[in-house]
Design a protein around this ligand. Sequence first.
Ligand code: NAP
Length: 467
Amino acid sequence: MTSPPLRAAVIGAGPAGFYTCEHLLKEGFEVDLFDALPTPFGLVRTGVAPDHPKLKTVTRVYEKTAARPGFRFFGGVVLGEDVTREELLERYHALVYAVGTADDNRLGIEGEDRPGSHSATEFVAWYNGHPDYADREFDLSTDRAIVIGNGNVAIDVARMLVLDPDEISVTDTADHAIDALMRASVEHVTLLGRRGPAQAAFTNPEVRELGELKRADVVVEPAEVELDELSARWLEEDAEPTARRNVEMLRAYARRTAEAPPSKSHRIELKFLRSPLEVIGDGADGPVSALRVVRNRIEADADGRLRAVSTGEQEILRCGLVMRSIGYRGRPLPGVPFDERRGLIRNAGGRVTAEDGEPVRGEYVAGWIKRGPSGVIGTNKKDAADTVARVLEDAAASRVNEPSEPDAEAVEHWLRARVPGLVTWAAWQSIDEHEMALGEPQGRPRVKLVSVPEMIAIAERGAPAAR
Ligand code: NAP
């Protein structure tokens, strides 16, 4: 007699969640994929820049996973509010948290919360139509913005601020953001790095793409790309090809800046070796009018890591908008061990661990909440495979959880009773078709719905409970 399949709940329907489902399904598990939103795909829907439609085609891979026998999607279920971890442990042999890193890092400087000073997290979620951020307001009536940070999110934000109406109108940017961005007065965006061009976290295609914008020139003053001795040696001897190529491209932008004045109406300027000290504005809570920064130099710390050290020399950079894009951290889940210092669920190679380092039976992690917010979408495939390998080892050794109520049908009944707006995969497909149909006449991939009640109404109209 064969034993019934093991059942897993994967929490978070972004790339890490879907790759985890794929690996588990291939190994014969039944998998229920949960998300707090009615929509799947996590940051592919609410993070990837709308002018990068090719990156979003990865959802076709996830749709194939969703078509596998044994897969179910339950959208609109908030862990810790609608259902608890303990209730899931009563129903599944394994829980895999793939919830990403929802919170942004803070600068911890004076004036950070003034009107006009925002986190990239909020801005990105807003222009991508995340329902929780759809009614945020960004005053884009200034001509100058500063984006703090030298990662790909900072580049995305800078680009979105200067996209030409022709470039933005063919994307799935949320309608409210298209309206606001088309009316924006921002003409000059400064990307500000605390270390030098050699240490920027950009990847090469993103740096190249800056030079291909319709109405914005890239401005890099030649002095900005002159490398100090330590960085030059590091680049020569130790750096990855990505850093070398970044510096080459930034030097090419600097040559262009030196040879001819910018000719387009908008600019993205890159400045390095500056740390923000204060977001300046009138009085205690007046809107942003400038950023006070300090110039840095590069020094090696005891481990040889090149870090920014203040020179004490300060500058005031005029601007009416500040976006900090300095990385993310995870948000603790009720009852799940959390490493406050790293901002991640405490884990060893994907197994959730208690404070004493011992694995917690039946609980696992995958993606950014496991390893931190790094890498590209595909990085999560191997990451998820590693976690699933741990689940399989534990299953083989009878070390997974032993649920008291594992029946799949009973789980669905329980969820329907608990969550009135529960969105199944069929229901999501109705939302998906509806959005694409709205986009088609406008030559856009989709028009995103940004209100949860509207999504649920469309889902219920297209996908009655029986489907
Ligand atoms: P990131 O790549 O880690 O970059 C964070 C940046 O913030 C770094 O330049 C860091 O500088 C800087 N920073 C941190 N603390 C700071 C502080 N207190 N003051 C000033 N600067 C500070 O993070 P991200 O841009 O959020 O991206 C997250 C991940 O998503 C990355 O792996 C990224 O490649 C990926 N992503 C990919 C794409 C794409 O493929 N197109 C698009 C978006 C995001 P230091 O280096 O000095 O710490």
